[in-house]
Design a protein around this ligand. Structure first.
Ligand SMILES: [Zn+2]
Ligand SMILES: [Zn+2]
Length: 143
């Protein structure tokens, strides 16, 4: 972690190391600042919410994480070294699912080409209800 921080041009501090370590080890790869704050403090660290905000924005500027703005102005972070992908977002439980569709990628690049745009990045989010939440909803209406 220290080498990663050094390479990105950030000063190596204990808190930054812990934070970066935490983001790399968690299974859930789409994290809000609150998720990160709660998770890291549950591991026995003592890092304030504002510090987490500040460090995540440092990480973003250094290119270590990517910030994505979802509907209702919810912000999530994910590691920048993940391959390009799009998102399915559950409006009920907030789950974020990654997917990749080569056909969508192709259509998008054709559309950009058609309009003479050179593309830096794209963001495609679909909003709805995940499978589990649909099931839960069904059970509710039966009982
Ligand atoms: Zn859901
Ligand atoms: Zn993602």
């Amino acid at each position: 972690m220290q080498a990663v921080l050094k390479d990105s041009g950030l000063k190596v501090t204990h808190q930054r190391c812990k934070l970066l370590e935490f983001i790399n080890q968690v299974d859930e790869q789409h994290l809000t600042v609150e998720n990160i704050y709660q998770g890291i403090n549950a591991q026995g660290e003592n890092i304030g919410l504002t510090s987490v905000y500040r460090m995540m924005s440092d990480f973003e500027q250094a290119g270590l994480v990517t910030r994505r703005l979802l509907e209702s102005e919810k912000t999530i972070y994910e590691l920048s070294n993940k391959p390009r992908h799009d998102h399915l977002i559950c409006l009920t439980c907030g789950k974020v699912i990654d997917f990749v569709d080569p056909l969508i990628e192709l259509r998008l690049s054709l559309a950009a080409e058609h309009h003479g745009m050179s593309i830096h990045h794209h963001s495609l989010n679909m909003y709805g209800q995940c499978f589990e939440c649909q099931k839960a909803h069904l059970n509710e209406s039966i009982t």
